[in-house]
Write a new protein. Structure first.
Length: 428
């Protein structure tokens, strides 16, 4: 008579066995007993993932004899039978159990869990508080819903009332809802188009009326004198801030893009700086994309003078005044104060305006090239894709011409050679 493959353990054995190890009851069901005087006894189910050699284990619960709530052999066998049925239908029992457990989660519960998982990567001092405000306060109307139940109308109910009055908060809240729902989809809690996706919502939200802000800027004819004044101040007070202000003028970038520049972003051999997409995000371009900044000779000299020899790839180039190890960037308003110290009517964004006026008035470069040098979008995506190569070459010519203009008639204060200051060599 063939040996029985199921129900190998008798009721008495299941209750009295004390030998440590796994005792098979057949069909993947085991009574597992731990070592020790009071070794824990529990039922487990073992199976092999279909199509692989990987084995998985599921705990079913304590066995009778381990406490009043333990499972009897019959109860454990019923659970094992359910798992065998799921396997026969092509389902993974572990994934099924996890999905069932997660399926009862509300948006609020999942959002809180997701926030706990990602908060370690936040850099800003107030980022966690901002996320909690948006997910707990702004999203209160949808917190009780399951992620699969949230519709575009639900997201609009959160976003629309504040879209015009406090637009920045509305945009950040929308983005965070989208991210949580994307994570929920990865966990199998929802499927289909994300109801918080900007591509969908932008068609349903009121178009904001933007008031034009005019940033105070110096006439471009005054810029060479401003740069000379910054160089003189640097010679007297050898700090990064005056060189940072000069660098911002030479490259016409936004101050935040320069402040958070890290060593890994630079390719000095190709005289190129690649600003990562996350620092290029603007209201007009919330997605952002990497932006290549061609560097003139003076900009390269500034970088070589500032970056410590052997600096880590994550080190900030323009370090804060007290950050000798380059682990903290310049303060938010440091460059602005440096500019105002030599030209009170100047602002950091005004440096870009001065550059744009000069490019339009004094050069023959196409308008599109000047706009692209400022990282402004020009034309459609197809046009930009075809012109990317030549645009970089022309932008390099434009920025080198700007560098010559800025330094014209100036006895540029020489920066100490990198090796003389224990700095990076030219081969960096």
């Amino acid at each position: 008579m063939a040996k029985r493959q199921l129900h190998k353990l008798s009721a008495r054995e299941a209750q009295t066995l004390t030998k440590p190890g796994r005792h098979s009851d057949g069909g993947g069901l085991y009574l597992a007993i731990e070592t020790g005087a009071h070794g824990r006894r529990q039922w487990i189910f073992l199976y092999r993932v279909r199509g692989t050699s990987k084995r998985r284990e599921i705990g079913l619960g304590p066995a009778k004899g381990s406490g009043k709530d333990g499972l009897s052999p019959t109860e454990a066998r019923h659970k094992a039978a359910d798992f065998r049925k799921a396997l026969a239908e092509g389902q993974d029992p572990v994934a099924k159990r996890r999905a069932e457990a997660l399926g009862s989660l509300t948006f609020g519960q999942f959002a809180d869990s997701h926030l706990s998982a990602i908060k370690a990567g936040f850099k800003g001092r107030n980022t966690l508080a901002d996320w909690k405000r948006d997910l707990e306060v702004r999203c209160k109307p949808i917190r009780a819903k399951k992620p699969s139940e949230i519709s575009t109308a639900d997201v609009l109910a959160v976003i629309a009332p504040i879209w015009v009055t406090i637009n920045r908060t509305a945009r950040e809240t929308r983005s965070r809802i989208e991210r949580v729902l994307d994570a929920a989809e990865t966990e199998g809690l929802r499927a289909g188009k994300n109801p918080a996706a900007w591509k969908t919502l932008k068609l349903l939200l009121a178009k904001r009326k933007r008031s034009k802000r005019h940033h105070r800027a110096a006439p471009y004819k005054d810029v060479p004198a401003i740069v000379r004044a910054l160089q003189v101040k640097h010679a007297v007070a050898d700090t990064a801030v005056n060189l940072a202000a000069e660098f911002v003028i030479l490259t016409a970038v936004r101050t935040s893009e320069a402040r958070f520049m890290r060593v890994r972003e630079l390719n000095l051999a190709d005289r190129l700086w690649t600003v990562p997409a996350d620092r290029m995000k603007t209201e007009d371009d919330p997605e952002g994309q990497d932006f290549e900044v061609p560097l003139c000779e003076r900009a390269i000299a500034i970088l070589k003078a500032l970056i410590p020899k052997g600096a880590a790839p994550d080190a900030y180039v323009f370090a804060g005044q007290w950050s000798k190890d380059h682990k903290k960037p310049l303060g938010m308003n440091a460059v602005l104060h440096a500019l105002k110290a030599v030209y009170p009517a100047m602002t950091t964004h005004g440096c870009r305006s001065s550059f744009r006026d000069w490019a339009g008035d004094e050069t023959g470069f196409e308008r599109e090239i000047a706009e692209m040098a400022l990282a402004h979008k020009v034309g459609g995506e197809t046009e930009l894709a075809y012109r990317r190569g030549s645009a970089l070459k022309k932008r390099r010519q434009l920025m080198e011409a700007w560098g010559r203009y800025v330094l014209r008639g100036s006895n540029v204060i020489a920066l100490p050679a990198a090796e003389d200051r224990g700095r990076l060599s030219a081969s960096m």
